[in-house]
Design a protein around this ligand. Structure first.
Ligand SMILES: Nc1ncnc2c1ncn2[C@@H]1O[C@H](COP(=O)(O)OP(=O)(O)O)[C@@H](O)[C@H]1O
Ligand SMILES: [Mg+2]
Length: 305
């Protein structure tokens, strides 16, 4: 049985998991379901972390969420730093790599998915990382075509997490369009909220984007003047995850080179990031189970005739 299915079955305390369990309990042969999952749906999920404002915690979340998803699923997880100018995922992960996105793009027409491994660094968590360029090296803009080629190379990875810069250029737009989930980060600061509203308007007009956004409220603390309800009024009924402010934990994790989701289990910030990971994995599984149900019902109908 795959670790994901095992994870779903062993979960018991979350409301949302109940639908999944009820589907599972309807005489489904877990072995068949597992095989079904592996055969049909074990393809990669691209999760991008974006914000129209810098400094809100994109890189902090991307690094820690990649480790969280790796811990939950034990599947192949990649973390791509696509912040061409100020990429700092390597610092969050405390790892250095000679080769970067710059080299990969330079050779993009000659690299296959096996050679891709030479451009990645393995973190002790098992997450494979593609580092951002060491310095700004781009005169040439990174087009949609290049981004799609890069993402294609990661096809064998089950989860691909992408840290972005805060610019809405061709590169980031194609990253977002090619993502299965977009995590849009904001804080309860007025400038961040204003940019989030602008971004939401843009996304709502784009069919490739509007149905896959979840919101992340980062650095939450009660005393900010703007409330969670204020934010909910703006984002409507879209999913909202909350990560608390925890300067000590975040600064300690960066300076000591140990990402939060590696070991700071008691902290609320650890729990909140693990919960986001679980929610992504569950929504993925839910989609798969819904499809399974359709297949199963179609099979039963076919057997009647
Ligand atoms: N939940 C949090 N609590 C406290 N500090 C945080 C939190 N999230 C991020 N930070 C701090 O905010 C700064 C910006 O985070 P970063 O992830 O680099 O933002 P971005 O990638 O969006 O520019 C970092 O120095 C980090 O220490
Ligand atoms: Mg960043």
């Amino acid at each position: 049985m795959s670790d994901i299915i095992q994870f779903i079955i062993s979960e018991s305390n979350s409301e949302s998991i109940e639908d999944i369990k009820s589907i599972l309990s309807k005489n489904i042969d877990i072995k068949i379901l597992d095989a079904f999952y592996k055969t049909y749906f074990n393809k990669n999920k691209i999760i991008s972390i974006f914000s129209p404002k810098g400094g809100v915690g994109k890189s902090m979340l991307a690094a820690n969420l990649a480790i969280a998803i790796k811990k939950i699923t034990k599947e192949k997880v990649a973390l791509l730093d696509l912040d061409m100018q100020f990429g700092d995922i390597s610092l969050f992960m405390n790892s250095y790599s000679e080769r970067t996105l710059h080299d990969l793009i330079y050779n993009i027409d000659y690299v296959d998915s096996q050679q891709l491994e030479e451009y990645l660094t393995e973190h002790e968590s098992g997450v494979k990382m593609l580092a951002a360029p060491h310095e700004y090296q781009y005169e040439k803009k990174v087009t949609k075509d290049i981004i799609e080629k890069v993402l294609c190379l990661f096809e064998s990875y089950n989860f691909v997490l992408i840290d972005t810069s805060s610019v809405l250029n061709e590169m980031n737009l194609s990253v977002l369009e090619n993502s299965n989930h977009i995590l849009l980060i904001t804080t309860l600061e007025l400038t961040s909220i204003k940019n989030t509203m602008t971004m939401l308007n843009i996304m709502n007009k784009n069919d490739f984007l509007k149905n896959k956004i979840d919101f992340i409220l980062n650095r939450y603390e009660k005393s900010s003047g703007i409330t969670i309800d204020d934010l909910k009024n703006i984002i409507g009924d879209r999913k909202l995850h909350i990560i608390p402010e925890d300067k000590n934990c975040v600064i300690h994790s960066i300076n000591s080179g140990k990402p939060i989701t590696m070991d700071i289990k008691k902290a609320d910030i650890y729990k909140s990031i693990m919960k986001i990971g679980e929610s992504i994995v569950k929504s993925d599984i839910r989609g798969i189970l819904e499809r399974w149900k359709e297949f199963d019902e179609r099979d039963k109908k076919a057997a009647m005739f």
